[in-house]
Ligand binder design. Structure first.
Ligand code: GLY
Length: 267
């Protein structure tokens, strides 16, 4: 059985060499969990560090839209208590996941576009323009997609945090699975799941909720994640990470940078 811990990924297709970024994110968040902090805040902190890394398609590393100049980002957080915060197509902020976390403090679940940006400014998150600025084509050559984190804290609460610059190529205004509950992310009393891959495929299959339901049905996390991948045709590149009370898993059809730090319960 797991006492506490987390798993982080750098996007399906991301090369294994980038796992050092996932490791740094996990180490910082693991220290928070070790100190008794909430899984939601630990998952958000790991996601924030992955957004800041610049090599992943999220936050600072977000890809440009098809017009070659626009960056729009999505992020989501959720925990076992159904605290949910989502931002959609937000621009000019450094850390969309922090804004998604802050949405939990409003009467709403999701904020989009200019309203989300105004909300961020009101919280003191100033305009940010220092993106790594890769075109969708350049970025897709490195295979980067969404980042995601799943965590379990000492109190037994699960959380997930996801963040993305989107998938390549994409129109301005396009929204993928990352901010869609049950598709790109899900957390409940039995576990947490994060999905990476082409949003247009994921939205049709709801893999995060499907995998969560299997875990809640006492299936192994590994088995549930593999079954989640089976929802998709063989050529569709998808990745899934999950954590439950008993185990955790990383499943992907191609390379996917990731790291995990897990403290087991002493029997
Ligand atoms: N999975 C990221 C996206 O499709 O936007």
């Amino acid at each position: 059985m797991i006492s506490f811990g987390l798993v982080a990924h750098g996007g399906v297709g991301s090369p294994g060499e980038l796992s050092d970024g996932c490791r740094a994110a996990c180490e910082a968040a693991f220290r928070m969990l070790e100190a008794g902090k909430d899984s939601l805040d630990a998952a958000v902190e790991a996601a924030r560090l992955l957004e800041d890394d610049g090599r992943f398609n999220a936050g600072r590393g977000s890809v440009l839209r098809i017009d070659g100049k626009t960056i729009e980002m999505d992020a989501a957080v959720m925990d076992s208590a159904s605290r949910i915060g989502v931002v959609i197509n937000i621009r000019d902020v450094k850390n969309p996941v922090l804004i998604a976390r802050a949405v939990i403090g409003t009467p709403h679940v999701a904020l989009a576009g200019r309203g989300a940006e105004a909300f961020a400014r009101g919280l003191g998150f100033g305009p940010f323009h220092d993106f790594s600025g890769k075109s969708a084509t350049e970025k897709s050559e490195t295979g980067a997609d969404t980042i995601g984190v799943v965590a379990l804290d000492k109190a037994g609460s699960f959380a997930v945090a996801t963040s993305t610059g989107g998938a390549a190529p994409m129109m301005v205004g396009r929204v993928g699975d990352t901010p869609m509950m049950g598709c790109g992310f899900y957390a409940g009393p039995r576990g947490a799941v994060a999905v990476t891959g082409l949003g247009e495929e994921s939205i049709r299959k709801m893999p995060a909720k499907t995998v969560y339901d299997m875990i809640a049905d006492d299936r192994d996390a590994k088995d549930a994640c593999e079954k989640g991948l089976d929802l998709f045709a063989s050529g569709v590149k998808m990745g899934i990470i999950a954590i439950s009370r008993s185990d955790w898993a990383v499943a992907a059809r191609v390379t996917m940078a990731h790291w995990s730090m897990i403290r087991k319960k002493i029997k």
